[in-house]
Design a protein around this ligand. Structure first.
Ligand code: NAD
Length: 490
């Protein structure tokens, strides 16, 4: 089938959006550059500066100085600035979404969804900035009163992945600004442009020019070695793979830097015999295909109880078949490209390996010919635990389904992973749903729905999925230091 053709007006609008971005926000005279490519066409869409570790140290110095002044502003001022930033992000949603689609690939409608989700973090922290923090307690043996306060921790290093280039940036920048911290932000080299637009809008909204420094670079290792060895960095917040997270934790140990790590996932999605079939199918499609499956909370292992399995696989495969693959700027496309060639090669290998071990390929399984990094929506049923796809984070539009006998079997399979980010449970028996959810070793559980992300909820995982939480009031505390005053009383 011919892929849908690109909407020329959208293409022109996205070209204009890309051309409007100031790529060198640091303005340090850096002459090295690197290429950012559109994953749907493989064409170069921008060449931002490839900053060195020395450039990053200048950025740190600026953010640290600006942060010291920002920490003395009032909470009301910081909140007002963030509210203005929210309004401007929404006003410029079309520009932002066009940039997201061009550099990351997701269909434009999903990119607009990401802009709203990302901006919601800014509004949420504009509100949280005003909430009273701290407390009061009496010394249990008398003689003193204890007051606790929370202040900004100091300069934060924020490192983001390519899959949600806007939301992962605002989920870190907004709480840092709300409490009074400066920040150095390093976006993924595959998708640095969105973060540059966000920084520009923040400055236009009243964030001091030097408070949030965006460092575009391909030299991630040298960048973090230089910055993490500098005692001015008091906080590191990282979203990405568990491998890189452990390297950063090793570096954080030296100066005892407070760390938030949002790392890899391997989410189980459990469908029990007593689930509502339509709800389970719909939830599983959303949990699998949101962002083309390139999400840390994507349903990675779909585990279905024997009694409902055939009907579920039938319904799920039919819904996956409705997916329209193509360029995110084309009308009607619901599945965009994946991020690079390596991902495409991984999916082909997963399918081949699973089929050779006895899995049943129900849909898709191939990469279409032509430019861009595309892979079909794919369904594999009866995947044995020995298959590579059953053990690894898929990060793409390939669904891996296996069956389980009873509650104990389902729970033990769900927990048989070093990761513990998100899980999903489908059952119309609410007692069972909660009971199973309680026994899953995981930070987040979607019950009878395929979405867990919400600005008001503490996003984060257990085990190898990380440390700390983002979003909600817990996400604010990640950028704060607690202090107490012990007041003598007669
Ligand atoms: P990645 O770890 O390769 O890269 C993430 C970021 O780290 C990028 O900015 C990259 O340039 C940078 N980086 C790489 N090496 C570094 C180093 N030595 N020092 C400092 N920074 C370094 O991950 P990715 O491929 O961009 O993203 C996919 C991974 O991210 C998946 O495992 C996914 O589950 C995870 N993820 C987790 C969450 C979450 O909230 N838990 C959200 C999105 C993605």
């Amino acid at each position: 089938m011919m892929p849908p053709s690109i909407d020329q007006q959208l293409l022109e609008r996205s070209e204009a959006a890309l051309a409007s971005v100031v790529l060198d926000r640091l303005d340090l005279g850096t002459t090295d550059t690197f290429e950012v490519r559109d994953p749907a066409t493989e064409r170069v869409i921008a060449t931002p500066p490839d900053h060195s570790a020395d450039d990053a140290l200048v950025a740190l110095d600026r953010a640290d100085r600006a942060g010291a002044a920002w920490a003395r502003t009032t909470a009301r001022h910081r909140s007002d600035v963030l509210h203005r930033a929210y309004g401007m992000l929404i006003e410029q949603r079309d520009r932002l979404a066009a940039v997201i689609t061009r550099e990351m690939g997701k269909p434009l409608a999903e990119a607009l969804g990401e802009v709203q989700y990302a901006a919601d973090y800014v509004r949420w922290y504009a509100e949280e900035a005003l909430r009273p923090a701290g407390g009061y307690r009496e010394n249990p043996v008398g003689g003193s009163t204890i007051l606790t306060t929370r202040g900004p921790i100091g300069t934060a290093l924020l490192i983001t992945p390519w899959n949600f280039p806007m939301a992962m940036a605002t989920r870190k920048i907004a709480p840092a600004i709300a409490v009074g911290c400066g920040a150095v932000v390093k976006p993924a080299a595959l998708t640095p442009i969105t973060t540059l637009v966000v920084a520009e809008i923040f400055v236009a909204a009243g964030v001091p020019e030097e408070l949030v420094q965006v460092v575009t670079t391909t030299r991630a290792g040298a960048f973090s070695e230089a910055l993490m060895a500098d005692p001015r960095v008091r906080k590191v917040s990282f979203t990405g793979s568990t491998g890189v997270g452990s390297v950063l934790l090793g570096q954080a140990a030296k100066h005892v830097i407070k760390s938030s790590m949002e790392l890899g996932g391997n989410a189980p999605l459990l469908v029990f015999d007593d689930a509502d079939l339509d709800r389970a199918v719909e939830g599983a499609v959303i949990a699998k295909l949101r962002n083309g499956g390139q999400s840390c909370v994507a349903a990675n292992r779909i585990l279905v109880q024997d009694g409902i399995a055939d009907a579920f696989v039938e319904g799920f495969t039919e819904r996956m078949r409705e997916t329209v693959l193509g360029n995110g700027l084309a009308e009607g496309v619901t599945l965009g490209p994946v991020i690079d060639d390596r991902a495409v090669a991984n999916f082909s290998r997963f399918v081949e390996d699973a089929v050779s071990r006895g899995a049943d390929l129900r849909l898709g399984g191939s990469a279409p010919e032509g430019d861009g990094h595309f892979f079909e929506a794919t369904v594999l049923d009866r995947v044995p635990e020995s298959a590579e796809i059953a053990q690894t984070e898929i990060f793409g539009p390939v669904a891996s389904i296996a069956r389980f006998r009873d509650e104990a079997d389902g729970i033990s399979r769900a927990n048989a992973t070093p990761f513990g980010l998100a899980s999903y449970v489908f059952s119309e028996n609410i007692d069972r749903a909660f009971d199973v959810a309680d026994r899953l070793d995981t930070g987040m559980v979607g019950i009878n729905q395929g979405i867990v992300s919400n600005v008001a909820a503490p996003f984060g995982g257990t085990k190898a999925s990380g440390l700390g939480r983002e979003g909600s009031s817990e996400g604010l505390e990640e950028y704060q230091e607690i202090r107490f005053y012990n007041l003598a009383r007669r």
